[in-house]
Design a protein. Structure first.
Length: 249
């Protein structure tokens, strides 16, 4: 009887923990899966197994009679350049400064710290990985000058880190479910079109962009998860609005 009671109590505790931490556990599982996907992709890229696929996709956006020419009219080329600028370090830096300043003015210091740590950490990680893999850029006439190696795509990774982190922060303080969904959906959309622009311009292989998306999303999830754990343990204070109410519901 006593053993059954202990087993029943233990089961209820485990069930309550899993139920209460479902989102946290799902985030950890998803981040882990994305990291594994990146490592697997990096491995096959290093072995040259993606080269045929990469080249085939790049050629979809090139004139078959002259591969130095990108398909589409001039106005499309200019539009793609504008879109790819959304993932540049300078523009993302300005975005982080603007959003971080707004969060500080709203007395949401922990959210501002999360944003800065996430983006700066992602930038350092991207730089180190580029230096490690040192993959040459596609041997094509590109639509813009590039100064770093190809794998992983810095634009894809940093746009994922920045937009997804900002989207998650906005979703946490959004007053309605529809606004939460919109915040996350917009962040994903911006991340996708920036990555696509890099392939269209011929400055990255598709595998570079996929790797950047995987690692960028994993990093953003990891930072958000760590912040949530620390907040629940009381090691960082609740994010609050100017009227003193908690902003993390």
């Amino acid at each position: 009887m006593f053993q059954r009671l202990v087993s029943s109590t233990h089961y209820r505790r485990v069930h309550a923990f899993v139920t209460g931490e479902a989102r946290l556990l799902a985030a950890i599982a998803l981040a882990s899966g994305l990291v594994l996907a990146f490592l697997g992709l990096a491995d096959i890229v290093a072995e040259g197994e993606t080269q045929a696929f990469d080249n085939a996709v790049l050629m979809l956006f090139r004139d078959p009679n002259d591969i130095t020419q990108v398909i589409g009219p001039a106005w499309v080329h200019e539009m793609v350049r504008d879109i790819t600028a959304l993932g540049s370090f300078s523009l993302l830096g300005l975005l982080v400064m603007a959003v971080g300043s707004c969060l500080l003015l709203a007395r949401m210091r922990n959210s501002a710290i999360l944003l800065v740590v996430s983006v700066l950490g992602g930038t350092v990680l991207s730089t180190l990985l580029k230096m490690t893999y040192n993959r040459p850029r596609p041997d094509l006439m590109a639509m813009s000058q590039q100064f770093t190696s190809s794998f992983p795509s810095g634009h894809a990774m940093l746009s994922a880190v920045t937009f997804l982190t900002v989207g998650a922060l906005l979703a946490r303080i959004a007053p309605t479910r529809s606004m939460k969904v919109f915040s996350i959906s917009l962040a994903i959309f911006l991340t996708v079109i920036v990555g696509f622009s890099r392939i269209y311009m011929g400055v990255h292989y598709p595998s570079d962009v996929l790797a950047g998306w995987c690692l960028g999303a994993a990093w953003a999830l990891l930072c958000s998860t760590v912040a949530t754990v620390l907040q629940r343990r009381g090691e960082i204070s609740e994010m609050s609005t100017p009227n003193g109410d908690s902003a993390a519901r």
